[in-house]
Write a protein that binds this ligand. Structure first.
Ligand code: SF4
Length: 304
């Protein structure tokens, strides 16, 4: 339960059971669409508590025991079946993979061993935790595999960054990207579509600027995340007129604009999870979902 808003955690979270998994496809840097597996690991909640984040709802209040994370991955692999046929794996933990209270460092070798079949391993990390722990984990992986780190940039609008409580600055983000690139890692930046405290046209402008900044830092991928209600805090802001979720059209426009900025520099993916929140009309939703899926897959603009 969130003390400020009374919003509950997901029921049934268990240290030895992953929160879920899904099979996905996305193009690699050469444009070839590759199949992969995203595992949603259950672990201790992220200590940052950014204003717009509801990921803590899918996490536990306490650290999980050593051995629990590899066991979660094993159980998912059993359910999935032939994971060796997949090209990549994302291990998403609703926080930072390199937060030692979230993912025990003692488990890193066992986790890396389970990643051996994959050519790409993607984990998330707060920019301030980027450092030697990342390179130590990279060194445990199959030498043929690429390690990709997902970093939350969210926005480069300084006042909004501050109010989001992300405790990252554009300079800090750029330093983290520089470290990762210097050490042979790929980087995926998460950028918010319509963060709070901005009207839609201003938000749209700052999404463009943020995507441009991220590619300027050298990231390989930008993931556009429509800001979602759900953590209680954004509902409170919405009640005061300081936040409104983006329309599905705003996400589509952000994707088209980001694709133009990405040309020759990297890839852009629009996050299509729970898209139904952003469009009430089922036909409109289906059309937008199909368009975004096609743009994600082809990395080209698709007409509305
Ligand atoms: S650092 Fe990431 S996971 Fe942690 S609270 Fe902020 S947005 Fe959520």
């Amino acid at each position: 339960m969130d003390r400020r808003t009374g919003t509950p955690r997901d029921p049934g979270l268990e240290p030895w059971k992953a929160g879920g998994w899904q099979l996905e496809s996305e193009p690699d840097a050469s444009g070839i669409v590759r199949d992969g597996l995203t595992v949603f690991l259950t672990n201790r909640e992220c200590p940052w508590r950014c204003l717009m984040c509801d990921l803590w709802r899918h996490a536990l209040p306490d650290s999980v025991p050593v051995g629990a994370i590899p066991a979660q991955i094993d159980a998912v692999f059993q359910e999935v079946g032939n994971v060796a046929a997949l090209d990549w794996i994302k291990l998403y933990n609703a926080g930072s993979f390199f937060d030692r209270a979230a993912i025990p460092i003692a488990d890193h070798p066992a986790i890396a061993a389970r990643c051996a079949p994959f050519g790409r391993v993607v984990v998330e990390c707060h920019p301030s935790l980027v450092g030697p722990r990342v390179t130590a984990f990279r060194d445990l992986l199959n030498p043929a595999a690429r390690l990709e780190i997902g970093l939350g940039l969210e926005t480069i609008h300084l006042e909004t960054m501050e109010r989001l409580n992300k405790r990252v600055t554009p300079d800090g983000f750029a330093r983290a990207v520089g470290f990762l690139k210097d050490n042979g890692c790929d980087v995926r930046a998460f950028v918010l579509v319509q963060p709070p405290f901005m009207d839609p046209p201003t938000a749209s402008e700052w999404t463009r600027r943020t995507v441009e900044f991220a590619f300027g830092c050298g990231v390989d991928v930008v993931a556009l995340i429509p800001t979602r209600l759900g953590n209680g805090a954004l509902e409170a802001l919405a009640a005061h007129g300081e936040f409104a979720p983006p329309s599905i059209e705003a996400l589509e426009t952000a994707m088209v604009e980001a694709l133009a900025l990405a040309r020759g520099r990297g890839r852009v993916f629009a996050d299509r999870w729970d898209l139904g929140r952003f469009a009430k009309d089922p036909d409109r939703l289906a059309a937008a979902n199909a368009r975004l899926e096609r743009m994600n897959r082809t990395q080209s603009t698709v007409a509305a």
